[in-house]
Design a binder for this molecule. Structure first.
Ligand SMILES: C[C@H](O)[C@H](C)C(=O)SCCNC(=O)CCNC(=O)[C@H](O)C(C)(C)COP(=O)([O-])OP(=O)([O-])OC[C@H]1O[C@@H](n2cnc3c(N)ncnc32)[C@H](O)[C@@H]1OP(=O)([O-])[O-]
Length: 719
């Protein structure tokens, strides 16, 4: 709803009230219409101020209303009536003015923002476009290029940038509503003809067609199949080429193509999933609202390799005091240099001062004696990690949380090597840790809910999408990825090429196919893990046993490629060839094609034609199937946890909603039928056997993804 008061005698103050972000629900819209009417018809009122309750202007249209029957006054005429008002209307912007919230402000005649406010039109991140006049008014106010950038990226701008762009008229460090009321008093009675943005001509850059062509090409490339960014460009083009009213018609048309699209549903699902994973729950029943996190102001990072450096920088950026420990002097000096430039570059990009002073460096673990939490990021070797944990328990103050950045080793085994296993959790960051937004917080059976709560809160403070998961080999992300990689390798045996498999996955929307991604992360990483697991055997064995491990099918192709010293980008050769070691542009490698032909010949395999559909079904459905096993094991509390992990950590296209959401869109019965088909064709691949939870969900009518948690609980209780 909206509240109305008259202040300073002649200013009508309208306050949006819908905590926490004053979203424009039907009730709020009705409130605005009524209160604007009141203010405009009150003869004592000379000008009007619109603000939001609780220091937040407006987070836009109410996303929770999408997909339901819409009622209440529509946004567009509501904003038009404000713009057409005969008394100045001033928007007092604090906190966020996003989407419909900024569109409401653009309908006002003036905008005053607090210096900490954030403004933007992020509809594209929800699979939509600004559909309450934003795509038509913003280009008229700030020009086509700037509007295109904000609308196609959905990025939020600071108040300072908004002032520089001309979106707001004034920025204040003081009480914004007071500043707006003072401003409203100062403009009372002034003509408003020049303040109605929809009447502005849209500035036309001389090379308009060239500009839109270039932007559309870039947008199509980065969109990777997402339809909303393309529609955003088309809507802004309408603003630049059509009169306002026709442009609004075009905006409406384009929004209609997006609003009910599967992509929009997927992206709104991820919006809420990202918030849902913050409400974590452990199998013991302990949860986010019953477990109090410990305060963490000072942390230590042990081991300053690539991961350790990124984690320390991310902690300092979050405002924590950091002790960075590296026992090797040369490595320590190199790390100090690298981390300082990471902080400086970051500060330059985001504006602000690099937090160089927050990090202290040491060669001794003793330096971690007074920290609240330690993150161990040494080489992925259990014996080494146990040794580090032993040293830490000897020097750290009582109650210090010991976290490991292992990407798959047994967190509980590590915990059992310490006197206080309840203080041990995994904090699995993704490379580069100061860039990637995902954090898997891994709890073992003895991890205390307080330790989980503390790690989750720290992850949020570092700006990470933090997901609490149970301890198992590979946790959630890597455990599922193993099946995806396995199928990709099998497809090479059966006739596919790295190029074909990658093209199918990139057309699906992944930034990189599985083989280009492996070349980027280094083939030797997986090889070391396979060797440690006793899977990779040296030499070119032939015959059936060469492709069997522990009784099941195994593809040694990856091991054989590594034996050639082909580790990917870092060696200039991997599944692809690169100009030189470290280059990033992958080119097909004739060596790989003849190697695969010889490999098939040696193992009596006959190549067959494989299409994109089979690549997607085998790689994605086997990954999804493992997702169901993870839900069945209770390692992940719900499908949202898995989907947030894959969208934020593994490049799963956001407009496909994540693996589990995607399975629900494809249809669980279809996924089950295809898995059964492939398992029948490959009985020696047990991972293709459909998971019983999938079978039972299909048997119970394939309920929608948001009901799986409840259905799984019920199915479990029936066991
Ligand atoms: C016509 C028009 O053109 C179109 C079509 C539109 O306008 S489409 C809509 C466009 N608007 C957006 O894209 C902005 C979306 N929101 C945000 O980016 C952020 O929320 C925030 C504003 C920057 C605050 O961040 P936060 O970190 O302080 O809190 P939070 O945890 O995120 O959010 C706190 C709680 O508020 C809920 N919430 C936030 N924004 C919401 C919204 N617009 N509608 C409904 N609920 C919303 C959120 O789910 C959470 O709920 P719960 O989990 O507690 O139950």
């Amino acid at each position: 709803m909206a509240q109305y008061t008259r202040v300073s005698g002649v200013v009508g103050l309208i306050t949006l009230q819908n905590p926490p972000v004053n979203a424009l629900s039907a009730v709020v819209r009705q409130g605005i219409v009524d209160k604007v009417e009141t203010a405009l018809s009150d003869p004592k009122v000379k000008s009007v101020v619109i603000c939001g309750q609780n220091g937040n202007f407006c987070g836009g249209a109410d996303i929770k209303e999408f997909g339901t029957k819409m009622f209440g006054p529509p946004l567009i005429p509501m904003i038009h009536s404000i713009e057409a008002a005969n008394k100045p209307v001033v928007a007092a912007i604090e906190g966020s003015a996003l989407g419909g919230g900024l569109e409401l402000a653009l309908g006002c005649h003036y905008r005053i923002a607090h210096s900490k406010a954030r403004l933007g039109l992020p509809e594209v991140t929800l699979g939509l476009l600004p559909a309450a006049g934003g795509s038509q008014r913003l280009p008229r106010l700030i020009g086509v290029p700037a509007a295109l950038n904000l609308i196609t990226t959905g990025r939020h701008v600071t108040a300072a940038e908004a002032l520089q762009l001309g979106i707001v008229d004034q920025v204040t460090d003081h009480n914004t509503v007071d500043a707006a009321v003072k401003f409203a008093l100062s403009v009372a009675g002034r003509s408003l003809d020049a303040r109605r943005i929809s009447t502005y001509p849209c500035p036309r850059p001389s090379d308009l067609d060239a500009l839109f062509e270039e932007v559309m090409q870039k947008v199509r490339q980065s969109a990777r199949g997402a339809i909303a960014p393309v529609a955003c460009v088309q809507a802004v083009r309408a603003a630049a080429t059509l009169p306002y009213t026709q442009g609004m018609e075009r905006e409406k048309e384009l929004m209609a193509t997006l609003f009910t699209s599967g992509q929009a549903r997927a992206m709104q699902y991820i919006f809420f999933a990202q918030r849902a994973v913050g409400r974590w729950r452990m199998p013991s029943g302990a949860s986010w609202d019953t477990s109090k996190p410990r305060p963490v102001t000072k942390a230590a990072v042990i081991g300053l390799g690539t991961m350790g450096r990124g984690i320390a920088v991310a902690l300092a950026r979050a405002g924590l005091s950091v002790v960075a420990v590296e026992t090797q002097e040369k490595q320590l000096l190199e790390a100090k240099q690298a981390m300082s430039s990471m902080l400086e570059r970051g500060a330059k990009r985001r504006g602000g001062v690099p937090a160089l002073g927050l990090i202290s460096y040491s060669q001794s673990i003793q330096a971690a004696a007074d920290v609240d939490l330690v993150i161990e990021a040494v080489f992925e070797d259990m014996a080494l990690k146990i040794e580090v944990f032993k040293q830490l328990t000897a020097v750290c103050k009582p109650g210090t949380l010991l976290c490991t950045n292992t990407s798959g080793l047994d967190v509980d085994q590590l915990a059992s090597e310490t006197p206080n296993p309840e203080l041990v959790v995994g904090m699995h960051f993704f490379a580069p840790a100061h860039v990637m937004n995902l954090l898997e917080v891994v709890y073992g059976p003895r991890s205390s809910p307080q330790a989980v709560a503390t790690a989750m809160q720290l992850g949020k403070k570092m700006g990470k999408a933090s997901v609490a998961v149970g301890n198992c080999s590979g946790f959630v992300g890597n455990r599922m990825l193993k099946l995806y990689l396995e199928q990709a390798s099998f497809l090479l045996e059966e006739g596919a090429t790295p190029e074909l498999v990658d093209r199918a996955l990139e057309e699906f929307g992944f930034p990189m196919g599985v083989f280009r991604m492996s070349d980027l992360s280094g083939l030797d990483v997986g090889w070391r893990v396979r060797k440690a697991a006793g899977l990779a055997e040296p030499g070119e064995a032939s015959g059936p046993s060469a492709r069997i491990r522990k009784g099941y099918r195994y593809s040694p192709i990856g091991d054989l490629v590594c034996e050639q010293g082909r580790f990917g980008q870092k060696t200039g050769r991997g599944w692809y060839q690169y100009e030189k070691p470290g280059s990033r542009v992958a080119r097909s490698d004739p060596w790989m094609h003849s190697f695969l032909e010889q490999y098939r010949a040696r193992h009596g395999l006959v190549a067959r034609s494989i299409d994109h559909q089979e690549v997607l079904e085998r790689c994605l459905y086997s990954l999804i199937n493992e997702g169901f096993r993870i839900l069945e094991d209770g390692i992940a509390a719900g499908p949202e946890d898995i989907d947030v992990i894959y969208v934020f950590g593994y490049g799963w296209p956001r407009h496909r909603g994540g693996p589990m959401f995607y399975a629900s869109m494809v249809g669980l019965a279809k996924v089950l039928e295809r898995l059964e088909h492939y398992h029948q064709a490959h009985p020696d691949v047990p991972n293709l056997q459909p998971c019983s939870l999938l079978r039972r969900l299909v048997a119970s009518g394939s309920p929608p993804v948001h009901m799986w948690r409840e259905v799984r609980k019920k199915l479990h209780s029936q066991l």
